[in-house]
Design a protein around this ligand. Structure first.
Ligand code: PLP
Length: 369
């Protein structure tokens, strides 16, 4: 009999929550185009606009500031596309949908703990050729390390520079207040925390420069052409109804249990700084990540390498490289990420398998606690 799947790869995508699936199934069979003037269209429009209002209340922003998009990658590209590459400063640990959106960006370095270097940023902003946009994420998808967004905004304001933040890994996990953060643009996704794939949002502050990235019809107040994904938006509405930040405290406890159970030879990227509680990037020196992933997969455990896998070849993580981790150690790293449906038994099964791999490599007498 096949082993049950133990899913610990929430930062790639999370299992959709039952209420989300139910809400989507409830409308999926209907012809819902929110631009149609007839009654079916009006029903669709109501779902789209009611959910926009609920999301705005959740984020403390204006409903008109929210633009529904097809993915967070699209939202990130939409912002980056507004500026010439020479006018953009991005942190070296951004997701590839920022890093690859255009070439020639200047990168903000990060500390060995994976936090943007604010001292560097302050000096850079005081120098000639100021950028027009800074992009720094809220929480890194590979390490979970939290970034000082309000401090970045404070520095940017002094110099009249706009700020974008990619909040994809923080949505529903941390309090996210658009107004308090003070950013001009924010990217959101829902499928990393039990919502649907195929829907995301860009929040663009009233008055911030914006031209549509996708042109065509006049959807989304002429800011993003294309028929809205109404079923997915209905799923987002269900997600917003059910979210509670208390869930994250439970998940963080489970993850801390994993960290506490591992020997000291296994290190964690960003161990000394605040991280989002559902994510840990583990480095097991001497054992390649392909071997680790394969061994865990055979045991029915899904985790990820946390770095880009193109044509079957895992590239060294640009995030760990930016933190100064050697390519050898980066090649021994895996990302474990948990969420709403994770149970202690899942974490115990992971620890058992992961430790067995390590013990086989170093011998049981060499394990340091
Ligand atoms: N930004 C971050 C921080 C992410 O982790 C991801 C996905 O892993 C994305 C953007 C892109 O999301 P999507 O692939 O859904 O477009």
């Amino acid at each position: 009999m096949a082993k049950p799947t133990i899913y610990l790869d929430y930062n790639a995508t999370a299992p959709p929550r039952p209420a989300v699936v139910e809400a989507m199934q409830g409308v999926m069979a209907e012809p819902l185009n929110a631009s149609s003037a007839h009654q079916a269209g009006r029903r669709a429009k109501k779902i789209v606009e009611d959910t926009r209002r609920s999301l705005a209340a959740f984020l403390n922003c204006w409903p008109q500031e929210i633009i529904w998009c097809g993915s967070a990658s699209e939202a990130n590209n939409s912002v980056i596309n507004l500026f010439e590459p020479g006018n953009i400063l991005v942190s070296g640990i951004e997701h590839s949908s920022i890093i690859h959106a255009a070439s020639g960006f200047e990168r903000i370095p990060v500390t060995p703990d994976g936090v943007v270097d604010l001292a560097w940023l302050e000096v850079r902003l005081a120098a000639p050729n100021k950028p027009k946009l800074i992009s720094v994420m809220v929480a890194n998808n590979e390490t979970g390390v939290l970034q000082p967004i309000q401090e970045v905004v404070a520095l940017a304001r002094v110099h009249g520079v706009l700020v974008h933040t990619d909040a994809v890994q923080a949505v529903g996990k941390l309090p996210l207040d658009f107004t308090t953060l003070g950013v001009d643009y924010m990217t959101l996704s829902f499928h990393k925390n039990g919502g649907p794939v195929g829907i995301a949002a860009l929040v663009a502050k009233n008055g911030a420069p914006y031209i549509p990235y996708i042109r065509g019809g006049g959807q989304e107040f002429n800011r993003r052409a294309g028929t809205e994904n109404v079923a997915a938006i209905a799923g987002v509405a269900a997600l917003l109804d059910g979210w509670s930040l208390d869930e994250m405290a439970r998940v963080s406890d489970l993850m801390q249990g994993i960290e506490a159970a591992l020997p000291s030879q296994i290190t964690m990227a960003g161990q000394r700084v605040p991280r989002i509680g559902n994510t840990v990037c583990l480095i097991m020196p001497g054992i390649g990540q392909e071997v680790q992933l394969m061994r865990l997969d055979l045991a029915g455990i899904c985790v990820s390498a946390g770095s880009a896998c193109t044509s079957g070849k895992i590239e060294p993580s640009h995030v760990l490289r930016a933190m100064g981790v050697s390519d050898d150690l980066a090649a021994s790293s895996i990302r474990v990420s948990a969420g709403w449906s994770t149970q202690k038994a899942d974490c115990d099964a992971f620890v058992k398998e992961y430790l067995a791999l390590f013990t086989k490599q170093v011998g049981s007498d060499k394990i340091a606690t």
